[in-house]
Design a protein around this ligand. Sequence first.
Ligand code: G3H
Ligand code: 13P
Ligand code: ZN
Length: 332
Amino acid sequence: MVSYKKLGLVNTKKMFAKAVKGGYAIPAFNFNTMEQMQAIIQAAVETKSPVIMQVSKGARKYANPTILRYMAEGAVQYAKELGCKKPQIVLHLDHGDSYETCKSCIDSGFSSVMIDGSSLPFKENIKLTKKVVNYAHKHDVTVEAELGVLAGVEDEVSAAESHYTKPEEVVEFATKTGCDSLAISIGTSHGAYKFTAAQCTRDPKTGKLVPPPLAFDVLKAIEKKLPGFPIVLHGSSSVPQDCVDTINKFGGKLPDAVGIPEEQLRKAAKSAVCKINIDSDSRLAMTAAIRKHFAEHPDHFDPRQYLTPAREAMKEMYIHKIVKVLGSNNKL
Ligand code: G3H
Ligand code: 13P
Ligand code: ZN
């Protein structure tokens, strides 16, 4: 058993309370590689922002759970080395799909876990979430749960269409489970294709898709039922069109990739939404930089040559999100 406290990590409790009160959101960035980790920490330190580094089941499979855990421990030391005396870094399990996975993460030093029972019937979701909460709270680890289903693929949880969270269920769910935060469905979804062309209109000037607005009425109704309770938004990449255009220009093929407009995330961050999950934008920033680099330097084959601009592009993107979208800068 390794306690996250020994690794210098923190849980989300105080962080979320402060964010809800202050009208901003904490960035939750997924990481699979060293370069992503470095870029996340550089961005958080430069902007003096708390940060959640999250690990999916896929990331655990790709990078190995032990390595990721040591990378998170290294991240804390790295932040200190970069001049941040007291970094606030959370190591979070993203979309935990079972009690066993959550327990294994808690036992190996995670400070926060998500148990994603959103595909289960309501009562079973409560039962599973409560079981995870009981174990996590014994170790002062915070738990994110989910109600409502996002469109697209949620790791093992797949749903063809989005089912918004039902505001009338949230009080019973939060009370019975004792979860610390709640991921809700208000129209976001995972990946770089958040909406079909049929769900969007098209900008006649640029030819780009214009997505429909998020269901802020549902968010409002949830906030009314659970005043001050930390709300989480998954699937919140904006799918920056400059990245998409660069990828397409240099041999990629991402037609009609579309995300959540940043002004909508800005609006959400000012509400009880205190954690915003971003993964795809990091993938896009990295891919765009690498494709451009290879096109301009066909003779390069040292990974450091193309991973350096990729890391820089991700860092810039993270800083932009923190400062211009979530507002978590200078909140340490
Ligand atoms: O919610 C999904 C995250 O973007 C993680 O994706 O399972 O491909 O690592 P992944
Ligand atoms: P995006 O695919 O929009 O980046 O969402 C990431 C996410 O929700 C991770 O849990
Ligand atoms: Zn997610």
